[in-house]
Design a protein around this ligand. Structure first.
Ligand code: NAD
Ligand code: MN
Length: 494
């Protein structure tokens, strides 16, 4: 294990010893290539990590295949669960180190990494571990035969995860896959490969048999594509952009028709009626867009405020936004750190430019912050038209539009004018209106009087082009099993 170790220190003096290398068969091995991972606070290289090509992907899949047909397939559900609980405990034990790695590689605030990201992966593992020995079929009453179903694992499950919540996404994929008896090959984002390698070390320490969990990084078009096309991978779970989601489906169709679940982009409307608790709505709307620097698929990036309270909302929103700290993500009190990469920074600044050119009013922010790293001021556009790019497209940064509306019909017309359908929110004290509007919104999650509240035990996923399938909660298990009907003849005649 001495190879591919990088020693580094965070800007705040925390010393890190990073294990890198493709994690295949419980070993850290070389890949065909290498890639640089960058600290987005400084723009400087943290480490060169091994990157997988098709051949490396095949090796990882072979390892997962052998584990599925070997020790993992033979292990009792209770023992599988015990390993998952052990891994969750080790993740909690090493919360600080994992948080430091995540903050350094991704740029998210250290307090959020500690209290959210690292906690969530442990929670996912524990929640799904509890299901390991409770995934079973039914007995179905059929005349002259005993019929029952078995919920069997699929085999090798591939996962391709993004950079916005590297550890939490790892948990969302590993939890249901392992609990149902599958083995995994996870491709992490080339922008944030480091934290998953720390988890890989803990996989060994927990005592998982080799090949059950394989974690590799590499470029999407090379390693991701190879995983999506591999003939021994029978299920693929993807989180990322809608454009790449399409490519994953195509790759599955062109190879072995592996089962596909997709968790894609969004442009979630946040509807604020004048009878709401305005101070609370302001705080939730702020969390809705600026949490994780706007790099959240369910971000509330279109705020609709009833015209009677529009100006007051804006005044309070600006006041609240100016109180939250933007800067070094390693400081405990930082709310907003840098965007993840130069590419994302340029893309977001491009949208801000377009917004200004198209004639929207840049009410707040709109500029880069600091002179190094990828920091962008929290940005609010007003006087927008519904067909502007900043209202239509997923920006995936700290940029929000605020539009006015008069009544329910008016706002639903605007809110529903999108190809996405990941999430939506409504703020009102009127219960009947909350229920009516929630029912009419087309989104996988509707929040009433809150925003960006996710729980490990409630399903999450998209309507329309925001995705296929649900993650979290009992619903997630369906994606990782295949149902077999067994029919035993009792008294039927041929
Ligand atoms: P992306 O969709 O390109 O990347 C997500 C993952 O897919 C990464 O692991 C990447 O390596 C992999 N990938 C890329 N091309 C692939 C291919 N051809 N085959 C298989 N895998 C492939 O996202 P991005 O480029 O990092 O970000 C671009 C935009 O995507 C963002 O601005 C945002 O709009 C959106 N996004 C959404 C989410 C989300 O949670 N829904 C997450 C990240 C990005
Ligand atoms: Mn990075």
């Amino acid at each position: 294990m001495s190879e591919f170790i990088v020693e580094t220190t965070t800007p705040n003096g925390y010393k890190l010893k990073l294990q890198t290398g493709l994690f295949i068969n419980n070993e850290f091995v070389a890949g065909a290539d290498t890639l640089e991972t960058i600290n987005p606070s400084t723009g400087k290289i943290i480490a060169n990590v091994q990157a997988a090509d098709k051949n490396d992907v095949n090796k990882a899949v072979q390892a997962a295949h052998n584990a599925f047909n070997g020790p993992w397939g033979k292990m009792s559900a209770l023992n599988r669960a015990a390993l998952m609980f052990k891994l969750a405990d080790l993740i909690d034990r090493d919360n600080e180190e994992l948080s430091q790695i995540e903050t350094m590689d991704n740029g998210k605030g250290i307090t959020f990494a500690r209290l959210f990201d690292v906690k969530q992966i442990a929670i996912s593992l524990r929640y799904f571990a509890g299901y390991a020995d409770k995934v079973h079929g039914k007995v179905i009453d059929t005349e002259g035969a005993l019929s029952y179903t078995r919920h069997e694992p699929i085999g090798v499950c591939g996962a391709i995860i993004p950079w916005n919540f590297p550890l939490m996404m790892l948990g969302w994929k590993l939890g249901p896959a392992l609990a149902t008896g599958n083995t995994c090959v996870v491709k992490t984002s080339e922008l944030t490969p480091l934290s998953a390698y720390k988890v890989a070390q803990l996989v060994i320490e927990a005592g998982f048999p080799p090949g059950v969990i394989n974690i590799i990084t590499g470029l999407g078009a090379i390693a991701g594509d190879a995983l999506a096309r591999n003939m021994d991978v029978h299920k693929i779970a993807f989180t990322g952009s809608t454009a790449v989601g399409r490519l994953i489906m195509k790759a599955a169709a062109e190879s072995n028709l592996k089962k596909v679940t997709l968790e894609l982009g969004g442009k979630s409307p946040n509807i604020i009626f004048d009878d709401c608790d305005l101070d609370q709505a302001v705080r939730w709307a702020h969390k809705g867009i600026f949490f994780n620097h706007g790099q959240t698929c369910c971000a509330g990036s279109r705020i609709y405020v009833q015209s009677t309270i529009h100006d007051e909302f804006l005044r309070k929103f600006k006041e609240y936004t100016s109180q939250t700290k933007l800067g070094n993500p390693h400081d405990d009190d930082t709310f907003q750190g840098p965007q993840v990469s130069q590419t994302q920074f340029d893309r977001i600044m491009g949208f801000i430019d377009t917004g200004k050119k198209e004639g929207a009013t840049c009410f707040l922010g709109g500029e880069r912050w600091g002179d190094e790293g990828y920091f962008i001021q929290p940005t609010v556009f007003t006087d927008v038209k519904e067909d502007m790019a900043i209202v239509k497209e997923e920006i995936f940064g700290p940029v929000v539009t605020v539009s006015k509306f008069n009544d329910v019909e008016d706002v639903l017309h605007m809110a529903l004018d999108t190809e996405y359908g990941l999430a939506a929110a409504v703020f009102t004290k009127d219960t009947a209106r909350a229920i009516d509007v929630s029912n009419r919104l087309k989104a996988g999650t509707v929040w009433v009087n809150c925003f960006n509240e996710l729980d490990y035990n409630t399903p999450f996923g998209g309507f329309r082009q925001s995705g296929i399938g649900r993650e979290n909660g009992e619903y997630a298990l369906d994606n990782y099993i295949q149902v077999k009907t067994v029919k035993i003849n009792v008294s039927r005649k041929p």
